[in-house]
Design a protein around this ligand. Structure first.
Ligand code: GDP
Length: 484
């Protein structure tokens, strides 16, 4: 049964009202769902859609508790951990449903939100006792932060050696050279001072950023907070960079020793608490992957994304040498890999997109089972910005998508203004995903960013319906079994 009418203003009211209502029944079970992915993979959109769909009983035919008529409703509740920022749901929904709908601002730090779900259990005893409730805690965090896990078992000298070796590799030369040059004229054993430390941290961050530029590599190297600092921007724990390893005793007042101390502080006050207080407490995880952006950028970017995913996913593996992982990995029992923005393709290509995602995560999966967790891959669009159509070209029927490209998007010499709607044939994804990883002819694909849907339907109760693709299936996999 859908829940009573809610409009945006009502939802804000619910949220505020519930701040005073922290008293959720003490025995209510809690499911902690982690939502992660690299920057711009679609976390903010996914969570906004998730919350809105549950609050309004959205169009979710693949979400069993709803189709079986057992889902009663959801409401926002105060989050028990006051130290963590709240996911700005109302603000994000406001952007998507405003007079001129726009995409909201992306995830830059950790945030959380609690929904209380009410349902009719179909288990004999629970069902007979009336309604059941579940706290759904959604934890949104940058995937970049997961790349820091290996640092916990590396000394400053070991990390420096790795980082400098990577920066000096031939294919990284363009991005790495300025940093390598900056340290080549510097004596690591000179007296420590903040100016040098800051200048090095800035130069190293620049190198990390350049390695991720659009159309180039997609992988990210640690430290994860250098590009996604969250609230720690400018703090000393983030003001370090690699220096050539030194042999023997190092003077404690030297620059080298200062940066070494800051590296250790980064591990102690940034990395470890994140894994211990947030990551380790998750029950379920969705990893969002912007597969299409990598495909657009070519085979090197695809290979790079595969490396980044393998690094990220190693956090979910068991039996690794890092004792921290053993501590963490046991809890998460389901992981969903989602290729986001599937609305950039015609539905006839969705299965192929899923196959490519499977291939991308396969090497990580092969290396070790994900701590016994059940895994699945799905191509989805949390918010569908396009419609489908067909055009004829040279006597051939082409499946196209219709939508308004974002202002500034370019194709065939035309720059779009965000208003003009076009029919786009994005190209065919290869039937064999392996071909994407091989050097050779890049696949000719055209993906443009589209404006969010400009006209949204409302349900019988007047709530906005967010269109999606396979989002209901994702929801069912992630939380459906907890609502039985
Ligand atoms: P985050 O950095 O992971 O939080 O990424 P966002 O959720 O902010 O998404 C980044 C951008 O990707 C958005 O601004 C949208 O342009 C686009 N995007 C995300 N999800 C979808 C989707 O389901 N469909 C479409 N068409 N675009 C999406």
């Amino acid at each position: 049964m859908p829940q009573p009418p809610t409009h945006l203003a009502d939802e804000i009211g619910i949220a505020l009202g519930n701040l005073a209502d922290a008293a959720v029944a003490p025995f209510t079970p809690t499911l902690r769902l982690g939502v992660t992915g690299l920057s711009r993979s679609g976390k903010t959109i996914f969570i906004t859609a998730l919350v809105h769909n549950l609050l309004t009983g959205g169009r979710l035919p693949g979400f069993a508790p709803l189709t079986e008529g057992r889902f009663i409703g959801a409401r926002l509740a105060e989050y028990p951990d006051a130290a963590v920022p709240r996911f700005a749901y109302e603000q994000h929904l406001g952007a998507l449903t405003g007079k001129i709908p726009t995409w909201p601002e992306s995830t830059k730090r950790i945030s959380q939100l609690r929904l209380v779900l009410k349902f009719q259990s179909n288990r004999f005893l629970a069902g007979a006792l009336g309604h059941s409730t579940l706290n759904l805690d959604i934890v949104d965090y940058p995937g970049e932060w997961l790349l820091d896990l290996p640092l916990l078992s590396l000394s400053y000298a070991e990390w420096s050696a790795q980082a400098l070796e990577r920066a000096g590799r031939p294919h990284s030369r363009h991005e790495g050279e300025p940093y390598i040059n900056a340290i080549s004229t510097l004596d690591p054993l000179k007296d420590a001072n903040d100016r040098d430390a800051e200048a090095l941290a800035i130069a190293f961050t620049e190198y990390l950023r350049a390695s991720r530029e659009d159309g180039r590599a997609l992988s990210t190297l640690p430290p994860g907070r250098f590009l996604m600092p969250g609230d720690l921007e400018g703090s000393p724990a983030l003001t370090f960079a690699p220096l050539p390893p030194q042999h023997g005793q190092v003077r404690s007042s030297s620059l080298y020793a200062m940066l070494e101390r800051r590296y250790e502080a980064y591990k102690q006050i940034v990395v470890r608490p994140f894994f211990r207080d947030h990551f380790a407490r998750l029950d379920r995880q969705i990893v969002l992957v912007d597969t299409l952006r990598a495909l657009n950028a070519g085979p090197a970017a695809v290979a790079d994304l595969e490396t980044a995913l393998t690094d990220i996913l190693s956090c979910f593996r068991q039996g690794d040498t890092n004792p921290f992982i053993r501590l963490i990995a046991r809890r998460i029992d389901r992981i969903l890999f989602a290729a986001t923005k599937a609305d950039h393709l015609h539905s006839t290509s969705h299965d192929r997109l899923e196959a490519i995602l499977n291939r991308l995560v396969a090497s990580a999966a092969r290396r070790a089972k994900f701590a016994g967790a059940e895994t699945r891959s799905l191509a989805l669009a949390a918010i569908r910005a396009t419609r489908e159509g067909a055009i004829e070209e040279g006597g051939e029927k082409l499946d196209v998508i219709l939508g308004a490209p974002m202002p500034g998007e370019k194709l065939d010499g035309i720059t779009y203004d965000g208003k003009k709607e076009i029919a786009l044939f994005p190209g065919d994804l290869p039937a064999n995903p392996d071909s994407l990883f091989e050097d050779g002819e890049p696949v000719a694909l055209n993906f443009l960013r589209f404006m969010p849907p400009q006209k949204l339907d409302r349900n019988a109760e007047g709530s906005i319906i967010l269109p999606h693709i396979r989002f209901d299936r994702a929801l069912n996999f992630l939380i459906g079994d907890w609502l039985r």
